[in-house]
Structures are given as C-alpha cells and as structure tokens.
Design a protein around this ligand. Sequence first.
Ligand code: SF4
Length: 278
Amino acid sequence: MMTGARETSSALGHSPSATKMSARIPASTATPNTTLAVVREDVIRCVLCPRLRSYCQRIARDKKAAHRDEAYWGRPVPGFGDPQGRVLIVGLAPAAHGANRTGRVFTGDGSGDFLMRALHANGFANIATSRHADDGLALRDAYILAVVRCAPPDNKPTPKEIARCRVHLRAELSALPHIAVVVALGRIAWDGYLAYRREEDARHESMGKTPTGKVAATTPRGPKPAFGHGAVFRPGTALPILLGSYHPSRQNTNTGRLTPGMLDEIFARARRLATEPA
Ligand code: SF4
C-alpha cells in the first residue's frame, strides 16, 4: 500500500452493496488482501502533494460564508458507492466547498446534485440529491471516485499531482472486482483512466502474468482514443468499456453544454454496456 507520510484521519461509511456479477474481468488485477477500508484509510491520510494539502486545509479553515458554522472535512476524499458495482464513475477532483467540505465525493455542491439526479433516474442511486455525508444516499451497482483526491486551486491539478494520485486509483480499482464500464466525467478523467491502463499494461508486460497466474488483459496499442461526450472506447478484450461524458460542472450545466437529458442518456447507456457479453 501507500508509503507516504500520513495525517490523522477517520473513515467514512460504505453504501449497501448489490450482488451483481460482471461479464468482464476486473478493471485491475484483484489483490486478495486489498480491501476498500484499507484503501480509504490510505487515501484519507495521504500527504504526497504539499500544494494540495495546504490548499485544502486553508479552505477548511477559512470556509465560505454560507458554511461558516460547519466543520469542513479538509482531507483527501476517497471513493464512495457499491463495492460490487459494475459501473465506475470517474470525476476530476473534490470541489473546495463541496467534497472538501462534506468528505464525500460529488457531495455538497451543484455538480453532485446534477450527477445524482441522473444516477437516480437510471436506478443507480436511491435518492436524487447528494447534500451531505449522512443524507442516506446509497449507490447501487455504481461506484464514484476522482482521479485526484484533494481539491486543487481553480480545479486545476498539475500533471504531476494527477500522476501521483494514481496510486489511489490503482488501489481502489483493485478492490472493486466487478467493474465492467468506466464513465469518465471530462477529459482529465478520461486521460487519467487511460494513463492508469497504460501503466497497468506496462506492469503486466514486465511480469508476464497477473499475481493470480493468469495472463493479463491489455489495452490495444495505437493512438489514444479521443475524448468526447458519448465517446466509447472498447478495449476489445475483457477489460472495462470506457464511456466519455462532459463533466457536470457549473460551467457545463449552466451553459447548456451538458443538459439533464444528455447525462441521463450516458447512464442509460452505461447500464446497457455493463450487461453486454464480453
Ligand atoms: S492529490 Fe492524491 S496523491 Fe496528492 S495528496 Fe491528495 S490524495 Fe495524496
């Protein structure tokens, strides 16, 4: 697991899980002793990016006027959802006054509500809003995480910070055994997931086999698949299908670049893709 210095932390709860099986193999080679609880603790305690850690702590101390009476989370934010889920939703990073405040990914801001309405409409969430960590929200057959776990200034992590945080993407994916479809919310999430895949391929090639003794599935070589809303990348092997979507940021939703109907269709499609035979 991760070896960086750590902060004091507390873990968040998990949602109830469904028991559905994927026709595809895991997004990453499962490591039997890797559990989501351990991964979550490693994420929460991580201090690998001094710029981001200090920014999150400053935001948590200064607060926004509307939330001045609340205790901000202020730490890295782990993933959230159904550990048995087939659909993985990959976002960019926590929002300074959203997940950095509430401690749950896509929670406490307009993006979270916009996303949750679409997930609820497609049966992936039990309620249509995402307001705070104790609001009763539970995901079914879906899990959400971000390529960067600490809120970045201006929502812009550096390439080094994105690369550094892949240690957590890898660890969390290895603890999610049934992912069949990855929905990337925005280009950075799309590129971040593909970078993870490339690293996995290189690792498997150097080993020849997975730790379980099976020959690892690898992503086809060639030009990087282009991101777009509704873009689909089918690795052509038993790996998860990648589906692109515009990010539900205010910049996109307020301008109509991403409408509720467009996001509904993404998750309807994700459900269809998750049931495709490998
Ligand atoms: S962005 Fe990721 S790697 Fe960097 S400090 Fe936060 S959790 Fe750690």
